[in-house]
Every structure is written in C-alpha cells, then in structure tokens.
Design a protein around this ligand. Structure first.
Ligand SMILES: Cc1ncc(COP(=O)(O)O)c(C=O)c1O
Length: 343
C-alpha cells in the first residue's frame, strides 16, 4: 500500500523504539518522570516559551490550551476550515462552555484582517466577551499552507489592541518552520499558547506538546488532569518525542519535496484541478473535473494499492516518513492511467 491518507500513519523506527525501551520513567502526575521533564524542557527551548506540557494528542492540546485561555461564557474566533472547529467534536463548547465565532479562511489558511476585527464583539451584555483568536499553522484543510509571519504579526496587533489572547494549533508547526526556513521561536514569538504534534510528520506513536508562560502551563496542567489526561510513566512516550525533535525535523524537507513533485506530476493530468503554488509543505489537495467521479477514482486507486482521504469533494494526499520518491513516481503513473480509464 502507498498510504497517503495522513502523516499520522507513520510508525516509530528502530532507533526511536530503542529510545522508548531504554527510557527512564517515573510518575508524571507527581512531576517525577525525568524523561517527560526533559522533553518539556527541550520543547520550551525550541518554542522560546517558559514552560511546556506533554499531552496525548493534538486535539487534547488544543482543548486544554483553549480551556486555559478562555473562560466559560466567552468566545473564541477561528477559521471555518480549521481543525478545532471542523474536526474536534466541539470540545471547547462541550467542556468549556465557550462559543466559537467562525470567519472565512482564505486559501492559504489566513483570514481577512478586517473580517477578524469586525468579528470581535463590542462590550455588550447581549454578546459573549471575545477572548481568544485561534490560528492553525500549517493549515491542514488549506493544503498544508504555512502562515506567513506578516499575517501572524497582523493578527497579533489586532489581538493586542483588543486585549485578546492567541492560540496556535501548530500540529505541523515544524513543517512550517522547515518550509519557511524560520525558527519555531520566531514563528510563535507573540503567541500565548502553541501546540505541536509529535505523532504526525515527526513519526512518534503518540503525543503533543503545549508551550506557553509558566502560569499558563500550570493552569493547563490542572485542565489536563481534569479531562483525564494526566499520564503516569509517560517517559516511554516522551523518549520518542526527544528522539523525534533531535532526529526527525530536518527530514521533513524530503516530505515537502515529495509533495511538490507529486503535485507537479498530477497537474499534468487535465482532469486534476490543482494549484501547485499552494503546495509548500507535505499536504496537497485537489479537485477532479466533472467527468470523473470521486468515489470511482478512490476505489480504482485503492485497487492499485494507493489510498488517500477525501472531504468536501476534494482529495487530500499527505507525504511522510513512509513515502519514498519512487512511490511518488508510481502514484503519478497509476493516477494518469486510472483517470484515462475513467474519463
Ligand atoms: C491541524 C490539526 N490540528 C489538530 C489535529 C489533531 O491531532 P490528533 O489527531 O493528535 O488529535 C490534527 C490532526 O490531524 C490536525 O491536522
């Protein structure tokens, strides 16, 4: 199988497994797991934040961060295509009594800044108090686009002017850093809370990190416990995270080159509608011409050993540690054949 469904399908390599096997562990709910503590320190150095916290997943990282930044009855502003709104079961509303105000995401994951400003509620007893802006970097549903530093800076100016906090869902933050040749620290400089996933392109079996100020992380730790996310000998997981941060970041470039080559190859097929300019990291999204049925396309490729995800009528393919450049050539060749047969 050439599995292009997600970078979450990556499996830990031998060295990562060895690091897990050898890890020194303790009870992390007591703060006594040395390997978790070390991972959290490394994450804080990378993000330039005072403190960090290991959580089980990106969804938990976003939930804990937003519950910590935003009080019950307040509102967060976020994009209509972002993961927190579209794919996280409305956890912030269910567990935090927080309302979500949705504004349009542009194709590159940004928002219109006027729309953002206009969506901030005035102080008015009829309306929830706007508290937090949530942004996603890279933007999954917007073709893995990394947010520009200019855009992040503009959001920050609006946030500061209105006394709002900013959360960044950086599930694929290292993809943004590698693609833009900018340090993670620079990208998240003005962000109050950031999450990144260890279990996507970095190929760990489990785990995400939240980083922020010391008081923020201390409160986030309480929220993590209260939603059942306190873990005990989590050093086994943290060891994989430390290995990944030391060894798996630079290679993300390979995934980006593979995604670009795949996009360029597929763009030569007239029935595939793709803007290759937007392919900057490891995700590509495209649509099919009207004469090609998406379900048939999906099942024909599956018969040939190629799987991917589709949503909202578009195809998403993701490159990762388990995909080599020869697989890309194969996908282009087989897709060309399948589209020809279907049209
Ligand atoms: C942008 C983004 N944020 C958050 C998540 C959630 O991560 P997890 O699956 O670890 O909960 C994902 C998962 O694909 C994602 O793409």
């Amino acid at each position: 199988m050439i599995d292009l469904r997600s970078d979450t399908v990556t499996v830990p390599n031998k060295d990562m497994r060895k690091a897990m096997y050898d890890s020194e562990v303790g009870d992390d709910v007591y703060g006594e797991d040395p390997t978790v503590n070390k991972l959290q320190e490394i994450a804080s150095e990378i993000t330039g934040k005072e403190d960090s916290l290991l959580v089980s997943s990106g969804t938990m990282g976003n939930l804990v961060s937003l519950l910590t930044l935003t009080n019950r009855g307040e509102e967060i502003i976020l994009g209509n295509k972002c993961h927190v709104y579209a794919w996280e079961g409305s956890g912030v509303s269910i567990y935090g009594g927080i309302s979500m105000k949705i504004i349009n995401n542009n194709n590159d994951g940004s928002f219109d800044l006027n729309e953002l400003s206009d969506s901030i509620n005035p102080l008015d007893d009829h309306k929830p108090k706007t508290s937090t802006i949530s942004i996603e970097n890279t933007h999954n549903q917007c073709g893995g686009s990394p947010l520009t530093l200019d855009f992040i800076q503009s959001v920050n100016s609006i946030a500061k002017k209105n006394n709002l906090k900013i959360h960044m869902d950086g599930a694929r933050l290292f993809n943004a850093s590698v693609a833009q040749r900018k340090s993670v620290k620079d990208i998240v400089e003005n962000i109050d809370s950031v999450t990144f996933c260890l279990s996507k392109g970095l190929s760990c079996p489990i785990g995400s990190i939240i980083s922020g100020s010391k008081p923020f992380i201390s409160e986030a730790r309480r929220w993590r416990k209260s939603i059942g996310g306190g873990m005990r000998q989590a050093g086994v997981i943290a060891a994989a995270g430390i290995y990944a941060l030391n060894n798996m970041v630079d290679r993300l470039e390979e995934d980006h080159v593979n995604a670009k080559n795949l996009a360029m190859g597929l763009s030569k097929i007239p029935e595939i509608i793709i803007d290759t300019e937007y392919v900057k990291t490891n995700i590509l999204r495209f649509e099919l011409a009207d004469n090609i049925n998406l379900n048939e396309f999906e099942s024909e490729l599956k018969k040939e050993g190629i799987i991917f995800n589709s949503s909202y009528g578009s195809v998403r393919m993701v490159t990762h540690y388990g995909i080599a450049s020869k697989d890309i050539d194969k996908v282009i060749e087989i897709t060309t054949k399948v589209v020809k047969n279907l049209s």
